[in-house]
Design a protein around this ligand. Sequence first.
Ligand code: C2O
Ligand code: CU
Ligand code: CU
Length: 417
Amino acid sequence: EQGNEVEYALTAQQGKMTFVDGVETATYGYNGEFLGPVLRLKDGQQVTIHLTNELDEATTFHWHGLEVAGDATDGGPHAVIEPGETQTITFTVDQQAATLWYHPHPMGKTAAQVYKGLAGLLYIDDAKSEALQLPHDYGINDFPLVLQDRTFVDGQIDYEAVANTMSTLGDTIMINGVVNPAMTAANEKVRLRILNGSNAMTYYLRFTDDLPFSLIATDGGFVNEAATMTTLTLGAGERAEIVVDLHDFVGQRVELLNGDTPLLPIDVTATRQAMDYDTTFNEIVLDDTLRTMEVTKTVTMEGMTENFLLNGKTFDHERIDFRQKQGDTEIWEIENIINEEGAMAHPFHIHGTQFLVVSVDGEEPDAAWQGYKDTITVQPNQKVRIAVRFPEKGIYMFHCHILEHEDVGMMGQIEVY
Ligand code: C2O
Ligand code: CU
Ligand code: CU
């Protein structure tokens, strides 16, 4: 079908950037110096992507949140691309509109490569997202916000100098690769597509004066109905789309905060006609059929200093924890257990699926977890039940998305047959 095929080339390459103190530092980027282009795909499209590795080390290209076959297409740790090599993947987009992302996934090196700059956003559109009345003018009222933290060492991005197995946390938060970001928006409703692209940091987002905003989408797509909230917690790897109404703030500044720390000043100008937008989006059914289904897979996460375990062990390439039939829905119970090391929150992620949260410690999830998710931050001692269905076959990873934990092996695998 014409217009239904697209082709992209994505190259992981070395770069140079100046972030602080006027000092240049070595970086990694996709098709550029740092981060990567926002790729835009449509449901039903046949996609070919040429993946080239121009780094001096092996890498992989993983599509976080994309429901593709569990082979080289998914780009997990097995799909290694050596320096100088190009691989081509092809797939058909078959999922609803969502804000996904891509990043490297080489065993033991993911944290360092993401930290140096390898990450990018992937937007999926479908007939519904195109028909909805929602802000969709890129860079005008529809903004990507990639949140990442770094500690610059004499102006350098030097992962090895700051790496900490427990959590590599930075003292500087960047948005879209910019230190001290700022933005201008018109007096209208503005859509922010937020990715926590940090290695380990959890963000507690809110606006000055606790200005309410609407959550319109979670990791895997639109929620049923816009949910009004004043704070949003995003663990590593999670995304959310929110709409904030700026029309009362002409000539003023509204600030996005992380806890109490200023993150992004938004200066509101009066250049656009404020529009009304849809607030009903999706028809996700989370009913008693799912709520009463028996748990058939249990996953434990544990560790807080050095030994990060998933189901009591660390990763090896032969490891297959579970098998599940393609297209079947099963209830998984994810438990964050406290052991002799203690416990900390772990963002749990599964490849190749968008799941629904059925319950959190037996209770209904709050609004932020009522849409499709691929990553959920599970607190110590918490038990979360999720309904998981894989539309494709293959071997998929599930793991903690604190990249340092993932790199020391807090990963399991499921075979979908
Ligand atoms: Cu975002 Cu296995 O990763
Ligand atoms: Cu993933
Ligand atoms: Cu973890």
